[in-house]
Write a protein that binds this ligand. Structure first.
Ligand code: NDP
Length: 324
């Protein structure tokens, strides 16, 4: 019998329930997977708490996983039983087995194991679109990256460094700042003890940043806007401290005709072609060793609630996986 972590009501990590589930056979266009590893992402906490609502209850949490195909539905031609695949959508990953649309899965290349694949798909593809599409980061770019020692953050430091950027990373402790620096951040700021706007001013000699990547949300807004050059880009892509409240667009004129975007991975990999291109770019930097995936925490799948507690208490760094 398969097992899954399911949510029957929104709330604290206590709402996560370990239950027996019936999986069934794949229908047209679907594959059936036996998970070998599952990725934990901050979005899982929003979906658990109800910040991001689901269409129906109960539901199985989790956006990311890696496993082997155990059955294919009618019409699936790209995959066969035994293939090693990974994905970062749709929801339903906290399970020993699952069904999912074949067109959201990608084959894991040789040289990348299941744990690494499960730890990197969502965070890594996010970094890829943020630094290659939302803003084209290059040697002339000075960027600020908040939560630089997190899962997304450590990948971003390594990848943006490889593109030649000047990276200013923030993190909530000196130990985390060291991790970000070791991963490639040019400068680091402990934003719990230092004023990050003042530090950015000093570091850049008053020139400030071309782009600010902010997944912290409420606590770093609107200070993050003060770290930008005129005409700079503010990328608000997460809410770890809570969502940013509605604001007067006039603030963008006052702070230098700034641009703002609120992107999500799903829009950037909506087509099969974009998903495959994004995943291949990620596989490429990982296989070359440009980006090393830091799996700093591993929990049994049934202990997902504890993983959520640790993630929300800011006790984790790098990527977190669950093992079924
Ligand atoms: P992280 O590993 O980065 O964990 C979140 C980090 O945010 C914490 O470790 C902590 O680091 C920091 N943080 C700051 N304030 C708080 C707070 N009040 N409570 C908790 N954490 C806080 O998570 P992920 O790598 O999974 O995701 C990073 C962010 O990126 C999330 O906000 C996520 O929603 C977003 N995201 C957005 C995507 C998109 O396409 N829009 C896709 C993927 C992720 P510190 O202690 O150093 O401050």
């Amino acid at each position: 019998m398969a097992h899954a972590i399911r949510v029957h009501e929104y709330g604290s990590p206590d709402v996560l329930k370990w239950e027996e589930v019936e999986i069934g056979a794949p229908t047209a266009g679907q594959i059936k997977l036996k998970h070998h590893a599952i990725g934990i992402n901050y979005i899982d906490t929003y979906q658990r708490s109800g910040l991001y609502k689901q269409p129906a209850m109960p539901f199985t949490l989790g956006m990311e996983g890696a496993g082997e195909i155990t059955a294919v539905g009618p019409g699936v031609t790209e995959f066969k039983i035994g293939d090693r695949v990974a994905y970062a959508q749709p929801i339903g990953a906290y399970s020993t087995e699952r069904l999912m649309p074949a067109d959201r899965a990608v084959k894991i290349p040789e040289g990348i194991d299941y744990k690494t694949a499960a730890a990197m798909m969502l965070q890594g593809m996010t970094v890829r679109y943020l630094i290659r599409k939302t803003y084209k980061v290059g040697p002339d770019t000075t960027l600020l990256w908040h939560a630089a020692a997190g899962g997304v953050g450590l990948i971003a430091c390594q990848w943006a460094k490889n593109l030649g950027a000047t990276i200013i990373g923030t993190a909530g402790s000196d130990d985390k700042c060291k991790l970000a620096k070791d991963a490639g951040a040019t400068h680091v700021i402990n934003y719990k003890t230092e004023n990050f706007v003042e530090r950015v001013k000093t570091i850049t000699g008053g020139r400030m940043c071309d782009v600010v990547y902010d997944s912290v949300g409420k606590d770093t807004f609107p200070s993050s806007l003060d770290c930008l050059k005129p005409l700079g880009l503010f990328v608000t892509f997460g809410n770890a401290s809570g969502p940013i409240a509605a604001f007067d667009a006039g603030i963008l004129a006052a702070k230098g005709s700034l641009y703002v975007t609120r992107p999500s991975l799903m829009a950037y990999v909506a087509s099969r072609a974009d998903l495959v291109e994004t995943a291949n770019d990620l596989f490429d930097v990982v296989k070359k060793g440009v980006v090393k995936i830091a799996i700093n925490h591993t929990y049994p799948l049934k202990d997902a609630a504890q993983a959520h507690r640790d993630l929300e208490a800011r006790k984790t760094t790098g990527s977190i996986i669950l093992l079924p």
